[in-house]
Design a protein around this ligand. Structure first.
Ligand SMILES: Cc1ncc(COP(=O)(O)O)c(C=O)c1O
Length: 493
C-alpha cells in the first residue's frame, strides 16, 4: 500500500491536570484517530522530537506512547521514513482503555443515534448522469477549452501573483474586487444594455452561486417560483433545496408563456428565466412577452431572475438586449457567468442587484463564502481591460458558428429521419428532438458508453414531456469530433 507523505495531525488536546498519564493520553488519542480513520494507513507521523516540541511536553511520554502503539500493531517504522500508521490496522475494536474523555471504546452499531440530516438535503436525488463522464462531443456548457488564450492568461496570473500587494492578500470585499466590478458594469451596459453601475455588481463564484443566493434572499420555504418548462435543472435544484415550490410554466416559440404562468402560478414570488437564449430549447423571448412579464412582476411584487448565461454567442440578427434593460420597476436580478466565455473552472460570475437589495445580498454573500479569489478577479480585470476578453469572444463566435453548421449538416445527412433540430440561433448547444416514444435517457446512456456526451432533454422537465430529445453541445468539440459523434449517435438511436 502507498505510504502517504508526512502530514498534519488533527489537534491533540492533552489534559495536563488529569490523573491519566501523558503517554497514555497520547496513545489513546492516536488509537482513536487511527480507528476513526482520521489517520490513514501508511500516513507518516511526526518524529517524537517534533511532536514533543509542538505539544510543549517532554519527549519521554511521546516515545513511550509510540512504543506502546508500535507494540500493539498500530504503528510501524521504516528506515529513512520514520514512524507511520501501520498499513494493516488491527480490527476496529481497540482494547477498551478505561473511561473518561480518552475512552476509545467504539459503541456497538445498535447504540448509534439516528444520523439525521435536513429534509431539504433529501429533496433532490440526482440519478447518475453517465453522459457527464466525457468531455468531447457533445458535452454541453463547455467552451472550446483548447482555444483559450492560455499563454496570455498565465502571463497575467504571473504578473499578479509575483507581486500581490499585502492588502490584497487579506479579506476582500464580499461584493467583489472594485476594478473588476467597474469593468463588468461597463461591459454589461455596452454589450447587453443592462442598466447598472459598478456599485450594483456582485462578483460570484459562477451563476450557480447567484441562483442559490437569490433563492436564499428572495424566498421563504413553501413560496412559489415560476420556472421554465423545460428549464435549467441547476436553477430548479437551487430553488427546491431552499424549500421553494416550483410552478412549471411552458415555453413555446416566444419563450415563457406568461399568460399560462399568471393562470397557474398566482402569488408566485419569483420567476426564473433565460430570455435571451432559453435553456435548453434555444428560443428568444419575444418583446411582447417581456413586457407582459415585467408588468406582471411590477404589479404583483415578484422578482425576476434573468439568467443570461451564454448570449454572447448569437449567430444571426442583432444582439438581443437584456430583460433587465427594459425593467423600470427594478424587479430584475440579472445573473451572468464567465464559465462559457472563459472556462468553467475559473468559477467567476456576477449579478446585477437592484440598489435597494444591495445590503441583503452583501450579507448573503458574506455568509456564503465571503468573497471570490482576489488574485483571479485581478487577472480577469486585466484580461477584460487589455482587450483579450473581447477578442476571445469574437474568435469563439466564428468558431462556434462553424461547429454548429458542421453539426447541423451532419445530422441532416445522417439522421434527418430520426432527429428534428431546434434552437440553433445562439449559444453553444442545440436540441435534437427524438421521434415520439423513444426514451432519451436510454439513448444518452448508450451514447455515453461510446464516449459521446448527449444530454437527455426529459430531465429538464418537471412533468414528463410528450417527446424526448438530446441536448447537443458543439462548443467544446472540433469538426472531426462532431462528425464522429454523429456517426456514433446514429448507432444509438
Ligand atoms: C442556463 C445556465 N445557467 C447557469 C449555468 C451555470 O453556470 P456557472 O458555471 O456559472 O455556475 C449554466 C451552465 O451550464 C447554464 O446552462
Amino acid at each position: 500500500m502507498k505510504r502517504l507523505a508526512a502530514s498534519y495531525l488533527p489537534p491533540i488536546t492533552l489534559a495536563f491536570r488529569s490523573g491519566t498519564p501523558m503517554h497514555q493520553q497520547l496513545s489513546e488519542w492516536f488509537r482513536r484517530a487511527i480507528v476513526d480513520g482520521q489517520l490513514q494507513p501508511g500516513q507518516r507521523l511526526p518524529s517524537s522530537r517534533s511532536l514533543a516540541d509542538e505539544l510543549k511536553i517532554s519527549r519521554v511520554p511521546v516515545m513511550s506512547a509510540y512504543e506502546q502503539l508500535y507494540a500493539e500493531g498500530y504503528l510501524e517504522t521504516f528506515v529513512g521514513a520514520g514512524t507511520c500508521v501501520a498499513r494493516s490496522i488491527p480490527g476496529r475494536t481497540p482494547k477498551p482503555s478505561g473511561t473518561g474523555p480518552f475512552d476509545v471504546t467504539l459503541p456497538s452499531i445498535e447504540n448509534h443515534a439516528p444520523r439525521r440530516i435536513s429534509r431539504r438535503a433529501g429533496l433532490i436525488q440526482v440519478p447518475p448522469q453517465t453522459w457527464l463522464n466525457n468531455l468531447g462531443a457533445f458535452r454541453i456548457g463547455v467552451p472550446a477549452l483548447d482555444q483559450f488564450p492560455a499563454s496570455v492568461w498565465s502571463k497575467l496570473v504571473n504578473r499578479h501573483s509575483r507581486k500581490l500587494p499585502i492588502e490584497l492578500m487579506a479579506y476582500g470585499d464580499p461584493m467583489g474586487y472594485l476594478p473588476l466590478r467597474v469593468a463588468i458594469a461597463e461591459y454589461l451596459s455596452t454589450v447587453r444594455a443592462v442598466r447598472c453601475d459598478a456599485s450594483q455588481i456582485l462578483v460570484t463564484t459562477g451563476s450557480q452561486q447567484a441562483l442559490q443566493m437569490c433563492a436564499h434572499v428572495l424566498l421563504d420555504a413553501n413560496d412559489r417560483a415560476w420556472v421554465e418548462e423545460p428549464g435549467y435543472p441547476g436553477a430548479r435544484h437551487a430553488l427546491v433545496r431552499a424549500g421553494v415550490r416550483l410552478v412549471p410554466v411552458p415555453v413555446d416559440q416566444e419563450g415563457m408563456d406568461v399568460a399560462q404562468g399568471i393562470r397557474r402560478g398566482r402569488g408566485a414570488r419569483v420567476v426564473y428565466i433565460t430570455p435571451s437564449h432559453q435553456f435548453p430549447l434555444g428560443v428568444t423571448m419575444s418583446a411582447a412577452r417581456r413586457m407582459q412579464l415585467l408588468n406582471w412582476a411590477t404589479r404583483n411584487g415578484a422578482w425576476i431572475i434573468e439568467d443570461d448565461y451564454d448570449s454572447e454567442y448569437r449567430s444571426g440578427g442583432r444582439p438581443i438586449a437584456s430583460l433587465q434593460g427594459l425593467d423600470i420597476g427594478e424587479r430584475v436580478i440579472y445573473v451572468g457567468t464567465f464559465s462559457k466565455v472563459m472556462f468553467p473552472a475559473l468559477r467567476l460570475g456576477y449579478m446585477v442587484v437592484p440598489k435597494d437589495l444591495l445590503p441583503v445580498f452583501f450579507d448573503a454573500r458574506d455568509a456564503a463564502d465571503t468573497f471570490s479569489s482576489t488574485l483571479y478577479q485581478m487577472v480577469m480585470t486585466d484580461f477584460i481591460r487589455e482587450g483579450h476578453f473581447a477578442r476571445h469572444i469574437k474568435r469563439m463566435r466564428t468558431l462556434y458558428m462553424e461547429r454548429r453548421t458542421a453539426l447541423m449538416e451532419a445530422i441532416h445527412k445522417q439522421l434527418r429521419d430520426k432527429l428534428e433540430v431546434i434552437g440553433t440561433e445562439a449559444g453553444m448547444h442545440l436540441v435534437a428532438l427524438l421521434p415520439p416514444g423513444i426514451d432519451d435517457v436510454a439513448v444518452s446512456i448508450k451514447a455515453a458508453s461510446k464516449g459521446v456526451s448527449a444530454r437527455p432533454l426529459s430531465p429538464c422537465y418537471v412533468n414528463p414531456p410528450a417527446r424526448g430529445g438530446l441536448i447537443l453541445g458543439y462548443g467544446g468539440a472540433d469538426v472531426a469530433e462532431i462528425l464522429d459523434g454523429v456517426r456514433k449517435l446514429k448507432q444509438c438511436i
